[in-house]
Design a protein around this ligand. Structure first.
Ligand code: NDP
Length: 338
């Protein structure tokens, strides 16, 4: 039986990646799209071959669908996810799940009470490179992990230079946009949870309205590992990367903080250097495959609602640290699940 999807949001990410990812599933179908503008809904549906265009949440949730993919601006995720869960639809929601971790907790509790699957679209967990690093660490190939470094400062493409750099009320800023991914990726690769963060943010000339377009964070993990992450919208010529250094070796991944299945992972130990091989499956298609399996009762989405709470709590703590000038504890009440 196929999974019939309703898209909430006539967004760029759906057009560029998620529509294809849903259609790449043998059992995935896009039944409807909702935009707040009837004209945009109709145009988007026509351009993307979607049979039904609607402009209200009620109309979308009343359609014959099993699941929704939410990719509206961040302030809308909460209300839309709650309504979808209460209507019995499974929810795959973009990151950040909401504007606050309290709201994200409400989403997870509501999904649980409704008995639906809630996933967070942290695509990087689906990257072969990241999974290869996680497996190498879990297998002890670098010994005891000591420190990690994440390089995720990029140049925000011109077509995305909208609400992210102008609208605090929509959840703009680089921390809610990129630091959430880095916090999640560090948790996933290290198999560890961050407990404290210290952050500096900047406005380097692109973002306005008091929003930050650059951030550097220092994280402390439960195991004692320390990590640094750099997120940015304004660095045109920087590479991305992810390094984990352990007592017996280092993992050095290049060009892996991206939406595409590209990049490389080098393992360096006393025995020399080895390029790790990994699968090159589309990140979003894999995310969808796991989500469909979770709907059938087989496992969890690659990033669960709880993982979305964690990444948002971590980003929230980074923002608090940047404004207070102090290190901030990351709420440990959530329990460990990754
Ligand atoms: P967009 O700006 O493309 O879309 C967000 C909303 O903006 C849409 O829902 C739409 O509202 C409105 N919009 C889009 N185009 C126009 C337009 N021409 N005129 C007026 N309004 C318009 O955002 P993104 O696709 O970049 O991001 C959406 C969500 O996805 C965010 O939560 C973001 O954090 C997340 N994201 C996640 C990524 C990942 O890899 N996991 C990557 C990129 C984004 P309406 O629906 O009402 O038409």
């Amino acid at each position: 039986m196929s999974v019939r999807w309703g898209l909430i949001g006539a967004s760029t990410i759906a057009r560029q990646f998620m529509i294809n990812a849903i259609r790449a599933q043998g059992d995935g179908e896009i039944a409807a799209v909702m935009s707040s503008s009837p004209e945009r809904a109709t145009a988007y549906a026509r351009e993307n071959n979607i049979p039904l265009a609607v402009s209200t949440l009620d109309a979308l949730l009343g359609a014959d669908i099993d699941a929704v993919y939410i990719s509206t601006t961040n302030e809308l995720h909460l209300e839309q996810a709650l309504a979808a869960a209460k209507a019995g639809k499974h929810v795959l929601c973009e990151k950040p799940l909401a504007l606050t971790s309290d709201d994200a907790r409400t989403m997870v509790a509501t999904a649980k009470a409704a008995g639906i699957v809630l996933g967070t679209n942290h695509h990087l967990r689906n990257a072969g490179a990241h999974r290869a690093m996680r497996e190498a660490i879990a297998a002890g190939r670098i010994g005891k992990p000591i420190a990690a470094r994440v390089f995720h400062a990029v140049y925000l493409p011109e077509n995305l230079q909208g609400w992210r750099i102008t609208k605090p009320e929509a959840g703009g800023g680089v921390v809610l946009d990129i630091t959430v991914h880095d916090a999640d990726t560090l948790r996933f690769v290290l198999g560890d949870d961050p407990i404290e963060v210290s952050a500096f943010t900047q406005s380097a000339g692109m973002a306005g309205s008091g929003l930050e377009d650059g951030a550097m964070c220092i994280w402390r993990f439960k195991s004692g590992v320390i990590a640094q992450s750099h997120e940015g919208f304004t660095t045109k010529f920087a590479d991305t990367g992810f390094e984990v250094h352990g007592s017996e070796g280092s993992l050095i991944a290049s060009n892996v903080m991206t939406q595409k299945p590209v990049g490389s992972v080098l393992l360096r130990t006393a025995n020399g250097e080895e390029q790790l091989s990994f699968d090159r499956e589309d990140l979003y298609a894999r995310s969808l495959r796991q989500f469909h399996a979770a709907i059938r009762g087989d496992g969890q989405p690659s990033a669960s609602g709880e993982d979305g709470i964690w990444s948002l709590a971590a980003a929230e703590a980074a923002l608090q640290s940047a404004s207070s000038g102090k290190a901030v504890k990351i709420d440990p009440k959530l329990g460990s699940k990754n």
